[in-house]
Design a protein around this ligand. Structure first.
Ligand SMILES: [Zn+2]
Ligand SMILES: [Zn+2]
Length: 74
């Protein structure tokens, strides 16, 4: 699945350059993650096989995105 540059750009703007992760599985934040997205950020699909649109995407900092991969393997 490839997310277009335009979608990534819109997602970044919606997130205001800040990680949108609110998952409790992350130990470094309790509500919304306060990390800046930074150059390593990634777009995470809420529904893995869902569409590549803003409704199904969350902008995540590298730390949170790494966490999502760990859960997926469980
Ligand atoms: Zn984060
Ligand atoms: Zn997180």
């Amino acid at each position: 699945m490839t997310i277009s540059k335009e979608t990534r750009q819109k997602l970044y703007e919606r997130a205001n350059g800040q990680c949108e992760c609110t998952m409790k599985e992350c130990s470094h934040h309790t509500e919304r993650c306060s990390h800046k997205l930074g150059p390593e950020w990634d777009a995470h699909h809420k529904v893995t096989d869902g569409p590549d649109d803003l409704g199904n995407l969350i902008a995540m900092c590298a730390t949170c995105h790494k966490n999502t991969r760990t859960w997926g393997k469980r």
